[in-house]
Design a protein around this ligand. Sequence first.
Ligand SMILES: C[S@@+](CC[C@H](N)C(=O)[O-])C[C@H]1O[C@@H](n2cnc3c(N)ncnc32)[C@H](O)[C@@H]1O
Length: 218
Amino acid sequence: MSNHNNTPIFPDSYIGDNSLEYENSIWMERNQKKATLICLQYLHDEELNTLGIVDNLNEKKCLIADLGCGTGFSSEILVENGHRVIGIDILMDMLSKAKIKKKFLKEEKDLELILADINYLPLKRSSIDHMISVSAYNFIIHGKNLAKDIFKTINNTSRYLKKVLKSNGRIIIEFYPKDEEELDSFISSFKDNGFDGFMVKKDPNQKSGQTFLLLKKR
Ligand SMILES: C[S@@+](CC[C@H](N)C(=O)[O-])C[C@H]1O[C@@H](n2cnc3c(N)ncnc32)[C@H](O)[C@@H]1O
């Protein structure tokens, strides 16, 4: 399911037998759920409250888009924490497993699943309270090799995410940028397109590795 560095390869790591292996991996489930709980915590981050228009996030039940929801580990946690969720994934092999998981949720009606590309979300303007993305966002540039294409894709996407979010909407992204340059490009794409925010790294000395972006619509 991964290459020799344990780095997932898109889409190979998430199709056919590899999607089954992903779904059945206890390690993967634990990691995705742990990262999602951290994202939920960051959604209410105090420093984020003080950025831009000062506000204090106190809504209880929010509509959250889970970008790159995979087999639904993250979406499940969001629903169990009292939110309504739209899970979006580009691969049917992954989404079909999330659909099965949905049937076992106590609040089944609170999870909607859509087969779509994060870069072209079929969502209405100002319709979503907040977004999270766990271990998926760096894949939005899959297949783009030229710097200008990468730049165009990430900027168009962050601009569109801003349109879809309600005012004061927040996005928490947990991802694994391949290097400092890629990380800087993603951060700039948000700052240049209407978001305030900052990043948190598990290991601040590490150039790549697990990174959280905490973003708030300006
Ligand atoms: C690590 S997995 C899913 C993690 C998810 N948090 C979970 O709980 O299972 C990453 C997912 O991102 C999805 N993905 C990659 N590029 C995408 C895109 N452009 N649009 C939507 N989903 C995408 C993949 O299909 C894959 O299911």
